[in-house]
Design a protein around this ligand. Structure first.
Ligand code: AMP
Ligand code: MG
Length: 285
């Protein structure tokens, strides 16, 4: 393929959107759906798109300052080493930090455990004008919780519908939800975990529990499949992002974010003062 034709052949939003019946079992985590190009092409494009996502975010923020209550929420899910942290650094890192409401969800604290599982999620929803980022989310309550039987099956199995209802409410209140599931292969995960053990600057990312979770891969696959089958809705569809090539997953999520921001049809908020009168006033000040 010539260099001139490298780029998105199909927009990321459609190339990556989960389609009903799609099976995770057949997923190639090193694929680059919709994108025709190599690492260098992706890096060049990411550099260009950073400006676009930055400008759109500033417009969203400006509108928020003027009372617009709309926001965008990026939900990131994926197994350990799938690259959720890298997405935050490299994709969200492209925008003004004051416009980002970031939240990561780990093992619930005692206080969190004393509430409904959506309690901590609701508290972390983005304010108007903000881009919210969830590094893990309410989906852990049907993933790790299901795999480890942390609550009885009748409890977790009711959550798919509860989550759909919750997301319907969130969307109705003006938040565009962008759901991204990052999929790394078992081989690539092993490499990334091994790297964490070989590099002192990566020890902090290593958790001995990750190896136990790895052994539960088939159960997680099944739990992820159920999430996709049951919670990919029209207002909040899932996107499946193969994550063995970080340059692809980062570019892909940047495109999904741009797509969501563009759909808001943002304009700069109009002046709330008489521009000409202010110019005259300033000139003589
Ligand atoms: P990390 O994202 O690497 O910091 O790890 C966070 C850990 O918290 C992961 O092992 C998650 O599975 C776990 N976690 C997140 N949410 C929940 C939850 N609702 N219940 C139990 N474990 C959770
Ligand atoms: Mg981890």
């Amino acid at each position: 393929m010539s260099k001139a034709s490298s780029g998105w052949q199909t927009p990321a939003g459609s190339a990556l959107r989960f389609s009903p019946g799609q099976l995770l079992a057949g997923l190639d985590a090193s694929a680059t759906p919709g994108f025709n190009g190599d690492k260098a092409a992706a890096a060049a494009l990411l550099f260009e798109r950073a400006t676009v996502v930055g400008a759109l975010q500033e417009k969203l923020f400006a509108n928020g300052r003027s009372g617009d209550t709309r926001s965008v929420l990026l939900v990131l899910q994926g197994m350990d080493t799938a690259g959720k942290g890298g997405i935050v650094r490299h994709v969200i890192g492209q925008v003004d930090p004051q416009g980002v409401d970031h939240a990561s969800f780990g093992v619930p604290t005692e206080e969190e455990k004393s509430h409904d599982y959506l309690w901590r999620i609701r508290k972390a929803l983005p304010r108007g004008g903000q881009i919210g980022v969830f590094d893990r989310s309410h989906y852990e309550d049907v993933l790790v919780v299901r795999v480890h039987n942390l609550v009885p099956p009748e409890v977790w199995s009711a959550r798919y519908d509860e989550i759909n209802e919750f997301e319907r409410e969130v969307a109705a209140s003006g938040t565009t939800i962008v759901k991204v599931a990052l999929f790394v292969s078992l081989d690539e995960q092993k490499k990334r975990l091994m790297e964490r053990l070989e590099r002192p600057d990566k020890y902090w990312k290593y958790n001995p529990r990750d190896v136990d979770e790895r052994e539960l891969w088939p159960a997680y696959q099944e739990a992820y499949q159920a999430v996709l089958d049951r919670t990919s809705t029209d207002i909040a569809p899932w996107h499946i992002v193969p994550a063995d090539r970080k340059w692809f997953s980062r570019l892909a999520v940047t495109e999904l974010l741009i797509d969501a921001l563009e759909r808001l049809n943002l304009d700069w908020p109009p002046a709330t003062f008489d521009v000409e009168a202010e110019k005259r006033r300033l000139e003589s000040a």
